[in-house]
Design a protein around this ligand. Structure first.
Ligand SMILES: *Cc1c(COP(=O)(O)O)cnc(C)c1O
Length: 355
């Protein structure tokens, strides 16, 4: 049964307690720092039933075995901690990931080679003998660039390079990197998975194979050791959010497609970067000042960082000093929510019209 049901059903049903009389339908928020000795839980840094329920549900959605972390970036750090060679990484990726790589490089731990992830031949050419890992984001944050995942994964494996895909923007409903052969999927569960802008959490998913399970054990060992664990409340919220992932992504994606088309017609918009799926897009306005003005002139769209919530948010990414200098000054990243699309358009178009 579990192998045949569709992702929208998996999101609702996976990670539930056993169906027994008087059993709650939902996993409880287990507040515990320690457990009666003699079992395999032992201590609150090693195990928690609320985390496990979220891991079961996310693992089922991605088609692998999941492990939760305190944040997306602690999941990223845990993976990068295992690498000693070069990493080839999509430029215009999430600045926190690039920041970690730059920090590790500055301390002589590894070298990071930034590539244009849309240039498949260029990326493949960068995969030489020194490279341990290919780090892909697709779509990239905030560049909205798309990678040819099947081609890159195949080429990386030919070169003996492992592949990580940050699947935060696409979600497992729109893109399943493990099914395409990726070795590791990483998520900021803060975004679409939890989906309500009320929890910070991360996750790693690996294939449910002998090799994948061995890697899961290594990653779990690292999590035990460094304590990059989520709070129980966060795990519960993320699982609660995951139940409606399919509805939220469907509506956000439909709204984003509609807005992308309307934005392309607006004279103040120089460029629309819309990957053709999902709820994220970016627009480029002529100047930083124009972009700043728009992000301060709406009633519904919230000027805020982060993404993937039910509410529509947007921001000029270059307001962050840490953002890639190749990201245009006038680029606004939009995280389209699940509101009525006509209301979203009226609010946004009003701000653009007033420029
Ligand atoms: C937000 C984000 C991260 C970092 O996740 P946190 O939960 O904020 O630590 C990593 N990758 C992408 C693509 C993101 O958008």
């Amino acid at each position: 049964m579990a192998d045949q049901i569709k992702p929208a059903t998996v999101a609702v049903h996976a990670g539930r307690p056993p169906r027994e009389i008087d059993q709650a339908l939902n996993v409880p928020i287990t507040m515990a720092s320690t457990y009666v000795a003699g079992g395999d839980k032992e201590y609150g840094r090693y195990a928690n039933d609320t985390w496990s329920a979220f891991e079961e549900a996310l693992g089922a959605l991605e088609g692998g075995k999941a492990l939760t972390f305190a944040s997306g970036l602690s999941a990223v750090a845990t993976i990068l901690d295992l690498v000693n060679d070069s990493v080839v990484v999509a430029g215009q990726s999430y600045q926190g990931t690039i920041g970690q790589l730059a920090d590790l490089e500055a301390r002589g731990r590894l070298t990071a080679r930034l590539v244009d992830i849309t240039d498949t031949a260029g990326v493949v050419a960068a995969l030489d003998d020194d490279v341990a890992l290919l780090w892909i984001e697709s779509p990239t944050n905030p560049g909205m660039a798309l990678a040819d995942l099947p081609a890159l994964i195949a080429a990386a494996h030919d070169a003996g390079v492992q592949v990580v895909v940050d699947n935060t923007f696409a979600t497992p409903l729109l893109q399943q990197p493990l099914a395409l052969g990726a070795d590791i999927v990483v998520h900021s569960a803060t975004k679409y998975l939890a989906g309500h802008s009320d929890a910070v959490m991360g996750a790693i998913v690996v294939p449910d194979t002998d090799e994948g399970r061995a890697l899961w054990d290594v990653l779990k060992g690292r999590r035990d050791l460094i304590g990059a664990i989520p709070g129980t409340m966060e795990a519960w919220l993320a699982l609660r959010g995951l139940r409606t992932l399919s509805l939220r992504v469907e509506r956000a994606a439909a709204n984003a497609a509609d807005l992308a088309a309307r934005l392309a017609e607006h004279p103040a918009v120089e460029e629309v970067r819309y990957p053709g799926f999902g709820g994220m897009l970016a627009i480029v306005l002529r100047t930083a000042e124009a972009a700043e003005a728009v992000t301060h002139a709406t009633d519904l769209w919230v000027h805020a960082t982060s993404l993937g919530g039910v509410e529509s948010t947007f921001e000029r990414r270059r307001r962050w000093k840490t953002e890639d200098q190749n990201v245009p000054e006038g680029l606004i990243r939009l995280s389209v929510g699940i509101e009525d699309v006509d209301d979203l358009w009226a609010d946004l178009a009003g701000a653009l019209d007033r420029l």
